[in-house]
Design a protein around this ligand. Structure first.
Ligand SMILES: Cc1cc2nc3c(=O)[nH]c(=O)nc-3n(C[C@H](O)[C@H](O)[C@H](O)COP(=O)(O)O)c2cc1C
Length: 364
């Protein structure tokens, strides 16, 4: 059994799978469900100085992803201080309290959050591209709460510059990424956008977001030496491993908890363990940032096409490679893929389609 524990800003996570700020931890009871569902630590919905007035409807599943037009917590901050945070504090897991947004709002909230939080997560979602308001909010959180501050970045900005500015302002860690947008989906039976916001816009999350999250985490990890919580499109253990290989120390999950329930947190942790075990890794740290190492070890961009390796004993004859080879280099004959290397352009697509991994790429 691999060691799943993660030490993060003085907190000890029993595993690297946390809920992300949002409906998974919308109140104390929901945070209890996160704990019972196997979370490594807890993260609240973003608390601000007023209860959010959210447009309805505000959540929709769309192919490959999820749209929402939520803002921050719809509960008044007093309810958090009097009821929800005391309840969450009793759950025996590290508690990260998400807060938003401006320095003025954070200065008012931070002292009241202080008795409950092990760390603060600052949402910068509505602060715009300029780093100045974010830097002021970090300062207000650090002096008002006296706890480690994790800055959560949204992907619509230059990640490297934002991470650098967060570090300069005293941030202790980065969480990346928030949902992407604005995005939009339409119910074609009515012509109505799914979201009830004024223009029908929403924010995209879920599996479609993962490649963007991976790139952002990768960029941040190569820019600042701060610990990172990876967020975006994690619904399986292998998704989490991908974010960790990009440089995340632990991951957060929102959409998959909404769609599958709180027990998915423990399920993902179990799958991470199985994957680490089956690949001979003893702990989470052993794979952290592996993609950064691999990329820095590349001897430049290879422009010469090279056909994939083929292991016939693994081929199931499913034809997925044949269907998508636009160069006609692969044909399945008698239930087995046949690769014509002379026709292969080395694009690599078949490797990503081959479920049993009979096809693989060589990187030497
Ligand atoms: C319905 C919904 C509400 C959210 N509310 C918040 C929030 O209050 N604060 C915040 O920082 N992020 C919020 N998020 C963003 C998530 O924390 C997360 O960054 C994003 O959804 C990507 O992760 P996922 O693909 O696992 O959902 C929300 C996301 C969704 C889907």
């Amino acid at each position: 059994m691999a060691d799943l524990s993660v030490h993060f800003l003085g907190m000890s996570f029993r595993n690297p799978v946390l809920p992300a700020a949002g409906p998974p931890g919308w109140n104390g009871e929901a945070l209890r469900k996160c704990a019972e569902g196997g979370a490594g630590a807890l993260v609240t919905k973003t608390i601000s100085d007023t209860a959010a007035q959210v447009p309805h409807p505000n959540m929709a599943q769309v192919p490959g992803g999820f749209l929402n037009t939520e803002l921050w917590s719809e509960l008044p901050p007093e309810q958090w201080f009097e009821k929800e945070l005391p309840l969450a504090r009793e759950l025996g897991l590290p508690l990260i309290v998400s807060m938003g947004y401006t320095a003025r709002q954070i200065a008012a909230l931070a002292p009241k959050v202080r008795p409950f939080a092990d760390a603060i997560e600052l949402s910068t979602h509505y602060l715009g591209d300029d780093s100045r308001p974010m830097m002021e909010a970090i300062d207000a959180a650090k002096s008002g709460a006296g706890k480690p501050v994790i800055v959560k970045l949204s992907p619509m900005r230059d990640m490297k510059a934002a991470a650098q500015a967060a570090k300069e302002a005293g941030a202790d860690a980065i969480a990346a990424i928030n949902s992407f947008g604005p995005a939009m989906g339409i119910d074609i039976e009515t012509g109505q956008p799914w979201m009830g916001s004024a223009d029908g816009y929403g924010w995209l999350s879920g599996p479609a977001l993962r490649p963007l999250a991976v790139r952002c985490i990768f960029d941040i990890a190569r820019t600042v030496d701060l610990p990172i919580l990876g967020v975006g499109g994690v619904s399986r253990g292998t998704d989490a491993i991908e974010l960790i290989m990009a440089g995340a120390w632990a991951v957060q999950v929102c959409t998959a908890v909404i769609l599958q329930g709180h027990a998915v947190l423990g399920k993902i942790a179990g799958e991470i363990n199985q994957w680490l075990d089956s690949h001979g890794y003893v702990n989470v740290q052993s794979v952290r940032g592996l993609a950064i190492e691999r990329v820095s070890g590349r001897a430049g961009v290879r422009t010469q096409a090279r056909p994939p390796e083929f292991e016939p004993e693994l081929c199931t004859g499913c034809r997925l490679c044949e269907q998508s080879c636009v160069y006609d280099a692969i044909h399945v004959v008698d239930g087995l893929a046949q690769l014509d290397e002379a026709l292969c352009w080395g694009c690599g697509l078949c490797v990503t389609r081959c479920k049993p991994r009979a096809l693989s790429m060589r990187y030497d």
